[in-house]
Design a protein around this ligand. Structure first.
Ligand code: ZN
Length: 352
């Protein structure tokens, strides 16, 4: 702890907030809390306390909408304290104390509507103007050559012939399929890959009970991919941002697949070999919340290249039958055993 202790978990009343301070504070019973005088609680300095406040009140109240999402509570250091009707009396007492200790006030948040899906490009994607939006996406994002120096992974759960490389190619069209993913469809065959093995586990919803195999692949030819994870400056508002529309699209669940499949068809029809796209599980993989803006209401994702880079986990969709066609080569097939699963979680405030 770099700064001086200002509070401890015993200073507060709300059980969930006390738990959060205990989780992130310093456990040292030789230090006396300067506020409540006790030694038993976990101690925090100003930076740690602000971090716990943000995790609990802001990250902990993110509400996802059909496209996008936003926190119900927000905090900043330029408002005067007011009670919040929809939280408990104990938690209001804690918020008042936190305001006195830090100068930061927790309040009910009205997010910028672009954070909860109000975006012109997204509106077009959801309407009969979809082709205009797809053209905008195609002309905005760069085409890149798939990195031939790294390995890519493709996971299968309970394959019929685990060590047969054809099991890891796109399923043959003769196989009757009842379900398709975010980008493939009966008229657009493709395989999904990731350069991150743990992301594959999330994407396949694999559990410890599953019989899991992974193929390690390398790229044999120069493959041209449209990179939907690329950062580029946009001279427009968030309400007109192509990047924010694509961000919302790939964080939406299966109700969005009709749109993303049509986008994938258009990318294939342009002659590209595939797509780099952000994983739906990016936030689970790296712990960064995709729906939190800064305290003056600007989306981290739109305006912060570093955040956009570290937030996104890149997945790959390659059209056709790339193993059969020699574009990708299986270099190894291995059984996967999930040895341990760790959770990183926060408790969240109750809001009526
Ligand atoms: Zn204390």
């Amino acid at each position: 702890m770099s700064d001086k202790i200002i509070a401890c978990s015993d200073c507060f009343k709300d059980a969930a907030f006390k738990y959060m301070i205990s989780s992130y504070g310093v456990h040292d019973t030789t230090i006396q809390c300067p506020h409540c005088g006790k030694c038993s609680g976990s101690k925090v300095d100003l930076n740690s306390l602000l971090n716990v406040m943000h995790l609990f009140f802001v990250n902990g109240t993110v509400h996802r909408t059909e496209y996008g999402g936003a926190p119900v509570l927000q905090m900043n250091d330029c408002r005067a304290y007011e009670d919040i009707e929809s939280i408990s009396a104990d938690l209001n007492d804690d918020c008042r104390l936190l305001y006195q200790m830090t100068g930061w006030c927790v309040f009910l948040y009205g997010p910028r509507l672009c954070m909860v899906g109000f975006n012109d490009v997204l509106d077009d994607l959801r309407s009969d103007r979809i082709q205009y939006a797809i053209d905008a996406i195609l002309s905005s994002y760069p085409v890149v050559t798939m990195d031939r120096s790294q390995y890519y992974y493709r996971l299968r759960i309970d394959p019929n012939k685990p060590y047969d490389i054809s099991e890891y190619d796109t399923p043959p069209t003769t196989v009757h399929r009842t379900s398709y993913g975010r980008l493939d469809s009966p008229d657009n065959n493709l395989i999904y890959l990731s350069s991150d093995l743990e992301t594959c586990i999330h994407e396949c919803r694999a559990t410890v009970e599953d019989n899991i195999y992974v193929a390690t692949l390398k790229v044999n030819k120069d493959l041209r991919l449209l990179d939907l994870t690329a950062y580029f400056d946009e001279e427009c508002t968030e309400f007109e941002s192509v990047r924010l529309a694509v961000h919302h699209l790939f964080l939406a669940s299966s109700h969005s697949y009709r749109i993303s499949r049509q986008l994938a068809n258009a990318i294939r029809d342009k002659g590209y070999d595939g797509i780099i796209y952000p994983s739906y599980f990016s936030h689970i993989r790296n712990g960064n919340d995709p729906f939190v803006d800064n305290y003056v209401g600007l989306s981290y994702f739109v305006y912060n290249k570093h955040y956009a880079d570290i937030y996104q986990v890149r997945n790959y969709a390659i059209f056709g039958f790339p193993i059969q066609d020699g574009k990708l080569e299986v270099v190894s097939i291995n059984h996967v055993r999930i040895k341990q699963v760790k959770y990183d979680m926060i408790l969240c405030p109750n809001i009526e």
